[in-house]
Structure formats: structure tokens, C-alpha cells
Write a protein that binds this ligand. Structure first.
Ligand SMILES: [Cu+2]
Length: 127
């Protein structure tokens, strides 16, 4: 019994002392992504603007708002959009494009796309 308790204590301690950052519930939900890309939103641009993936890839986008106004990251053609987030906040979305092609990325806050807050997701065939 003592040994079991000791083992459990070590296991719990390991979880808490793990150097990996604690992830939010959203991240755990989407932990099956093949690739994670952190996109910084500024006023009024994305970095990176262009993302290239293979059509079999499940992509997770972590959007970090480094600007001074609300921003989002969306691919209307794939019906995928992040939450609109305040300056200093971040959010995540996961997508599996499937079909090769070039998809337009845009911030969906009114007016931002029109002043160039756009990007491109290039999905290449994996065969
Ligand atoms: Cu924006």
C-alpha cells in the first residue's frame, strides 16, 4: 500500500513539475493535429501570411493577437473561422482541408480584409 501511494505521489508530482506548459481545454480537444502553426495578428496583417500544408494534414492554428484591436483568422471557403479575440488574447482552431487548392485567409472583423488583412493557405496533394 505504501508503495502504491509513493508511486501515485510521484506520478502526480511529475504532472505538476512537467516543463510543458499547461494547455487550455481547447488545446486538449484539438490535440490530434498533425501540425500547429502560431499566427500573429497585428493591425492589420498576419504573420505568417502564407501557410503550406499537405492535403492529409490536420492543421491547428493558434492565433495570437499582437495588435491593438480585435482580430480573427478565417477561411470562408472552408467555413472555418476562429473567435474574434481582443488584443493580447489567443485562440485556436483546427482544420482538415482535404482538397488541394489555394484558400484565402482573412480577418473577419469588418473592414480588415479590405485593408489587406488577408493570407493564403496552400494545400498540396500528398501523392
Ligand atoms: Cu483584423
Amino acid at each position: 500500500m505504501r508503495d502504491i501511494l509513493a508511486t501515485m505521489t510521484i506520478a502526480v508530482a511529475t504532472v505538476f513539475l512537467s516543463p510543458a506548459p499547461l494547455v487550455a481545454a481547447d488545446d486538449q480537444e484539438n490535440s490530434d493535429a498533425d501540425r500547429t502553426v502560431t499566427v500573429e495578428a497585428t493591425d492589420f496583417d498576419f504573420s505568417p501570411k502564407k501557410i503550406e500544408i499537405d492535403s492529409s494534414t490536420t492543421l491547428k492554428i493558434v492565433l495570437v493577437n499582437k495588435g491593438n484591436v480585435t482580430h480573427s483568422w478565417a477561411i470562408p471557403e472552408l467555413d472555418k473561422k476562429s473567435d474574434r479575440i481582443q488584443p493580447g488574447k489567443q485562440t485556436a482552431i483546427t482544420l482538415s482541408p482535404g482538397e488541394p487548392g489555394t484558400y484565402k485567409i482573412a480577418c473577419q472583423v469588418p473592414g480588415h480584409e479590405q485593408i489587406g488583412m488577408v493570407g493564403e493557405l496552400v494545400v498540396t496533394s500528398d501523392d
